[in-house]
Design a protein. Structure first.
Length: 288
C-alpha cells in the first residue's frame, strides 16, 4: 500500500510540475516579449539616421575635425563621413546611371550620417539637436525622417502598453491556474490533514511538508520552463542572427530569473492558501 501511495505521489508531483510548467512557459514568453520590445525600440531608434550636408568649400581635415566634435556629443552614438566621391558612387549604383556624364560635375555634397543615442531619438530632441548642428557655418542642411520618427515612437508606445496589459492579465490567469492545480493535489489529501489535526499536530507542522513539496514542484516547473525558453531563444537567434541585438544575454537572464522565482513563490503561496482552507474546514465539509 505504501509503494502504491509513493507511486501516486510521484506521478502527482510530475503531472503537477508539467501542468505548472506550461503556465510558466506562457508567462515567460510574455515577459520575454516585454523586455525584448524595449531592446527592439532602442535598436530601431539608434538605427534611424539623419544626414548633415556640408558646404563644398569645406576641407576634408575640417570635416574630420567636425566629425570628431559630433562624436564627442552625448546625444550622438555613431557618425559616418560620406565624401563627395562616395556619395556619387552610391547614387550612381542606386540610379543605374552616372549624373556627371550629362551634368559635367558631381552634384552631391559631402555629408555626415548621424545615428543618435536612443534616449534622444524623439521629435523634440532631434529638433533641438538640429538647431545645435546648424550653428556650424559650413553646415548646409540637416535632414531627418520626421514622419518615420513619429511613427516609430507612436507604435513603440502602443506596443509597450499592449504588452504590459497582456503581462498583467496573464499573471492573474497564471495565478488562478496554478492555484487550481495545487488545490486539486491538496484536495486528495484532505482526510490526512484532518487526521493530523485530530492527533494534535499544529497547523504549522501540518503546513510545512505541503509547502516544501509544492515549492519543489515550482522548482522543477521553473527549470523545465526555462529550458524550453532557452531552446526557443537559441532557435530564434540561429534562424535570424541579427536578433542577437534584441535577444541579449541580459534579457534572457531576467526572463529565466522571473520564471524560476515566480514558479517557486506562486506554488508556495498557493499551497499555503489551500492548506489553510482545509485546516479551517469542518469535518462535514470534507465530504463535499
Amino acid at each position: 500500500m505504501s509503494k502504491k501511495s509513493d507511486i501516486f505521489k510521484g506521478v502527482q508531483f510530475v503531472t503537477s510540475s508539467i501542468s505548472i510548467m506550461f503556465v510558466l512557459l506562457l508567462l515567460g514568453m510574455v515577459t520575454f516579449f516585454v523586455l525584448a520590445a524595449n531592446n527592439l525600440s532602442v535598436y530601431v531608434r539608434e538605427n534611424i539616421a539623419f544626414s548633415i550636408e556640408l558646404d563644398d568649400g569645406m576641407k576634408e581635415s575640417e570635416i574630420l575635425r567636425f566629425q570628431k566634435q559630433l562624436n564627442a556629443a552625448p546625444y550622438i552614438r555613431h557618425t559616418t563621413y560620406i565624401s563627395k566621391a562616395n556619395a556619387l558612387k552610391e547614387q550612381t549604383e542606386a540610379m543605374g546611371t552616372d549624373p556627371t556624364e550629362f551634368l559635367g560635375y558631381n552634384p552631391f555634397p559631402a555629408s555626415i550620417e548621424v545615428r543618435l543615442d536612443a534616449a534622444y531619438a524623439n521629435v523634440d530632441s532631434v529638433a533641438w539637436i538640429k538647431k545645435e548642428i546648424m550653428r556650424h557655418k559650413q553646415v548646409v542642411e540637416v535632414s531627418y525622417p520626421q514622419d518615420l520618427l513619429d511613427s516609430v515612437n507612436r507604435n513603440i508606445r502602443k506596443l509597450s502598453l499592449l504588452l504590459l496589459g497582456v503581462a498583467a492579465l496573464l499573471t492573474l490567469v497564471s495565478f488562478v491556474l496554478i492555484n487550481n492545480t495545487i488545490r486539486l493535489t491538496i484536495y486528495s489529501q484532505r482526510f490526512l490533514i484532518h487526521t493530523m489535526k485530530l492527533v494534535g499536530a499544529s497547523w504549522s507542522f501540518i503546513r510545512r511538508p505541503f509547502i516544501i513539496r509544492n515549492m519543489w514542484v515550482g522548482v522543477l516547473a521553473g527549470v523545465l520552463a526555462d529550458t524550453v525558453l532557452i531552446s526557443m531563444a537559441g532557435m530564434l537567434v540561429h534562424y535570424e542572427p541579427e536578433l542577437v541585438a534584441v535577444v541579449t544575454p541580459q534579457v534572457m537572464l531576467m526572463v529565466l530569473a522571473v520564471v524560476f522565482l515566480f514558479g517557486i513563490l506562486i506554488t508556495s503561496f498557493c499551497a499555503w492558501i489551500s492548506i489553510n482552507k482545509y485546516l479551517s474546514m469542518k469535518v462535514s465539509n470534507l465530504y463535499k
